[in-house]
Design a protein around this ligand. Structure first.
Ligand SMILES: C[S@@+](CC[C@H](N)C(=O)[O-])C[C@H]1O[C@@H](n2cnc3c(N)ncnc32)[C@H](O)[C@@H]1O
Length: 222
């Protein structure tokens, strides 16, 4: 398929047009990642990594991508688990910081990419990726397009999608972050195997940001 027919195919599937305020939203993240000291979105705890090892890391997994990689901590931890990992973020500031922080790491790189308005990175060949991680980022994307993309990139039987999202009903009153419980459960449909568990996080985070739930969805072909 040439570039033009691919662009048409994607716009017919409804990829969000660039002019719908995406640029202003990206600026928010550029500012967020410009602070001298990193202020984490949410720490990746030992307990989270234990869950990741138990439910996501399968024997023989070699490659991973992190969609919305921010400071690059999860991408780095995945690379340390032995996965050749690329972290993508639409904020050039985030990518620049991540490259600086983690420049010495093996099997790790970071690229700027906007998953809302751009066509998918060319290097993501369908059916080839072992792990797609999307931690706290799915609500910023078009959920339907992103989930279709993730399924397409993963290996059909063994590929695993790792998602972390806030559950809307379990936020502080008046907060509207994340997805309703029903949507989280919907995300599990059509996979060969799915596991959901809650992240065990410090009270300092949950008291402000509510509870977070993780999903490991294996085998996009169902
Ligand atoms: C809440 S932060 C999560 C960062 C990281 N995954 C973590 O767990 O700390 C959301 C991230 O998604 C990125 N992001 C938002 N919209 C994006 C898009 N359209 N394409 C790529 N990255 C995006 C932001 O720049 C930000 O780094």
């Amino acid at each position: 398929m040439n570039d033009q027919s691919r662009a048409v195919e994607i716009s017919e599937r409804g990829r969000v047009p660039a002019q719908q305020g995406a640029w202003t939203k990206r600026l928010y993240w550029d500012v967020f990642y410009s602070t001298d000291e990193p202020k984490e979105n949410l720490p990746v705890t030992h307990a989270e990594m234990e869950g990741f090892r138990r439910h996501v890391l399968a024997a023989g997994a070699r490659t991973a991508i992190d969609v919305g990689s921010g400071w690059g901590l999860l991408a780095t931890l995945m690379a340390r688990e032995g996965l050749r990992t690329v972290g993508y973020d639409w904020s050039p500031v985030a990518v620049d910081r991540a490259r600086t922080f983690w420049g010495e790491e093996k099997r790790l790189s970071f690229e700027v990419h906007d998953f809302l308005t751009q066509t998918p990175p060319r290097e993501l060949v369908p059916g080839t990726v072992d792990v797609v991680a999307c931690r706290l980022t799915l609500p910023y994307l078009d959920r339907h397009i992103a989930m279709a993309d993730f399924r397409r990139w993963l290996k059909p039987r063994s590929g695993v999608l790792y998602l972390v999202v806030q559950v809307r009903e379990r936020q502080q009153p008046g907060k509207e972050r994340g997805f309703p419980h029903s949507v989280v459960e919907e995300l599990r449909h059509g996979w060969r195997h799915s596991v959901r568990w809650d992240l065990d996080l410090p009270h300092a985070f949950t008291s402000v940001l509510g509870e977070f739930t993780a999903l490991a969805l294996t085998g996009p072909e169902g």
